[in-house]
Write a protein that binds this ligand. Structure first.
Ligand SMILES: *[C@@H]1O[C@H](CO)[C@@H](O)[C@H](O)[C@H]1NC(C)=O
Ligand SMILES: *[C@@H]1O[C@H](CO)[C@@H](O)[C@H](O)[C@H]1NC(C)=O
Length: 609
């Protein structure tokens, strides 16, 4: 729109001609927007649980279709959208619209191109890291319970879940049939997770919780409430019954048929499959060998940084691993209670980081982040994005269960990564950038289906998270060498992932080889490393995205600095990177290059939009 009026001003003399151009390009833009909106609507309906998560209530009464047939149906639908997109003349769009067009095409093309892998991960919809059983409390949290309609929707979903579980079992069965099952480590914890949901009295179930108290607040006749409670109880009981079935299926049928190799190279064409996963996550062309080598180089470089501090500041001459075990055990580097830990996270984020942000960012969106206790014993911290209107804030969930195992020197790097300038700031710019729905709200779920899934541009997203950790240095936020040691520990760990992920899935590394490499090069004790390795085995390629994305952002920043010299403004650079939402790394490069050109020519003082 801004562009259109500018054209009109510049061409007043040729008003008639100009306005014809405007009309045509306006229509093209409208066509694109309409098609994107249409696609987004389909995505919401196709992923109803995800719709609820982003605050859309329209599909709160249905659940995701996990049938095997759906794998084919989705491809047809997406191909149809691609055909329609091909009819839109990209060249008539404004620059920003062209980027959006490119993301749209890449999103759909990535999906369709990977159709040939539909009978791999996509047939195995539940892992210890993913599935309804991992965090039922979250599902309840994003479901509204304010009206009778909300409860009716919820009951409809409870009724639909047994059918969904049926579909999940069918997919798993097919995975066994085509020899594309997970390694046992991916699934081994699932029966235990399911067991927690199985109770003999449905009113004791977590799924029944809303019928206990919340429902009493409804302003509807008691008889209607009683009726809903009755149906809720029945539906919960049936749901639990099918959870039991699923558990027994996994234990007695799936587990004995799990694949023997740790890496996906054990599957037919597994190395090709791994390359497809890697490309999906990295959104750039890098071979497993290049990723592996980059990892080795990074680990060597970061090791030197750590060794320097270790020797110079602490006079320590043992191994890196010994050093971290010693400092992690120091009582002076711990909080004594979970409550203290929570308070310290808040101090770090709100008293130390936020005041420093304006040095490197401008137009910071006013969307809040809150720090809360993680409801289960998961990772050290994780971020859940809020809603665009701010009605649900972004949430930084922190693990408060083990203060004695959570050294304070890690807290700064973790906070930078998950909140600001990391994922919360990144998500906030994207939410406020006026992007179409499918770009603004990305479904960071269904990892299992990758690469037959819509990309969420892991390298951009996680690369930024890691880049945010490094910004802590630029902003002078690491207040002593201990906090810096925490940061290096996080960083070397991401470097190791490049080596180990490719090692396991492509270069026939044994699990023990992977464990040993990480023991030698990261701060983590063996038990935590084993959990990590299981994650890499479960999500091939995902762990490589962090370091590759960060390196790319840094490279683009240095390129811009060199090209622009005195005209380089770090705030503008960050806006350019953040205001187009999550994009493939290849497109990010184009966007930054275009911006450099514009700035050199001095046409645009800052960025458009
Ligand atoms: C619901 O209320 C019943 C009866 O008061 C109680 O026994 C049960 O524990 C409650 N269930 C949940 C999930 O809180
Ligand atoms: C899978 O792991 C479970 C839990 O550790 C174990 O009981 C089972 O024997 C394992 N199965 C296979 C095939 O390795």
């Amino acid at each position: 729109m801004i562009l259109i009026s500018r054209i009109c001003e510049m061409w007043t003399v040729l008003l008639t001609t100009a306005c014809i151009i405007v009309k045509v390009s306006g229509d093209t833009e409208l066509d694109l927007k309409k098609l994107q909106q249409d696609f987004y609507e389909w995505r919401l309906k196709d992923s109803p649980e995800y719709s609820s998560e982003i605050g859309q209530v329209k599909y709160n009464d249905i659940v995701t279709d996990f049938s095997v047939e759906q794998l084919d149906k989705r491809k047809k639908i997406v191909e149809d959208y691609i055909m329609k997109l091909n009819k839109i003349d990209r060249i008539r769009l404004s620059k920003d619209q062209q980027y959006s067009y490119d993301v749209f095409l890449d999103t759909m093309q990535t999906f369709v191109n990977n159709y040939k892998w539909r009978h791999y991960g996509a047939l195995n919809p539940i892992t210890a890291l993913e599935g309804f059983q991992t965090d039922p409390a979250f599902f309840l949290k994003v479901t509204p319970f304010d009206t009778k309609g909300d409860f009716e929707n919820y009951i409809a979903r409870l009724i639909a879940y047994p059918k969904q579980i049926d579909q999940i079992i069918k997919r798993f069965s097919m995975a066994i049939h085509v020899s594309a099952t997970y390694h046992n480590v991916t699934i081994a914890h699932v029966p235990g997770q399911l067991a927690k949901l199985i109770v003999s009295d449905p009113t004791q179930s977590v799924y029944f919780t809303p019928f206990n108290d919340t429902i009493k607040k409804l302003a509807v006749p008691q008889a209607e409430i009683d009726d809903m409670v009755k149906r809720g109880k029945e539906a919960t009981a049936n749901f639990i019954k099918s959870i039991k079935l699923l558990k027994s299926f996994i234990e007695t049928i799936y587990m004995p048929n799990t694949r023997k190799s740790y890496g996906v190279d054990g599957w037919k064409d597994g190395q090709e499959y791994y390359k497809a996963c890697l490309k999906w996550h990295l959104s750039t062309d890098m071979s497993p060998a290049e990723v592996h080598q980059k990892g080795l180089d990074e680990v060597k470089r970061i090791r030197e940084e750590i060794t320097k501090v270790m020797r110079e500041k602490e006079g320590f001459h043992g191994t890196l691993s010994q050093f971290y075990q010693i400092i992690k055990a120091r009582p002076s580097l711990h909080m004594s209670t979970g409550g203290d830990l929570l308070q310290e996270y808040k101090n770090i984020i709100f008293k130390r980081i936020y005041p420093a942000l304006p040095k490197m960012f401008k137009n910071i969106p006013d969307l809040k982040v809150v720090v809360e206790e993680e409801p289960y014993d998961g990772p050290g911290g994780q971020y859940l994005i809020g809603t665009e209107d701010g009605s649900r804030p972004g949430v930084f969930q922190v693990n408060l269960l083990k203060p004695s195992k959570s050294p304070t020197f890690n807290m700064m790097a973790l906070s930078l990564h998950e909140t600001v300038p990391g994922h919360h700031l990144q998500g906030s710019y994207a939410l406020k950038a006026g992007l179409p729905g499918f770009q603004k709200n990305i479904e960071y779920e269904r990892y299992f289906a990758i690469p037959y899934h819509f990309p969420f541009y892991t390298a951009y997203t996680e690369g930024w998270g890691l880049y945010a950790e490094s910004l802590g240095e630029d902003l002078g936020l690491y207040k002593n060498y201990m906090e810096l040691i925490g940061r290096y520990g996080f960083e070397i760990f991401r470097g190791c992932r490049l080596v180990v992920d490719t090692g396991l899935h492509y270069f026939k590394w044994s699990r023990e080889q992977a464990v040993q490499y990480m023991i030698d090069n990261t701060p983590l004790p063996r038990a935590e490393i084993e959990t990590e390795i299981n994650r890499y085995i479960t999500w091939p390629g995902q762990a490589c995205a962090y370091k590759i994305g960060e390196i790319k952002i840094r490279e683009l920043r240095e390129r811009a600095r060199a090209a622009l010299g005195g005209k380089f403004d770090i705030k503008d650079f960050h806006s350019v990177v953040l205001t187009h939402g999550a994009v493939p790394l290849n497109l990010l490069e184009t966007i930054v290059n275009d911006w450099i050109k514009e700035t050199v020519n001095n046409h645009a003082p800052g960025i458009v939009g």
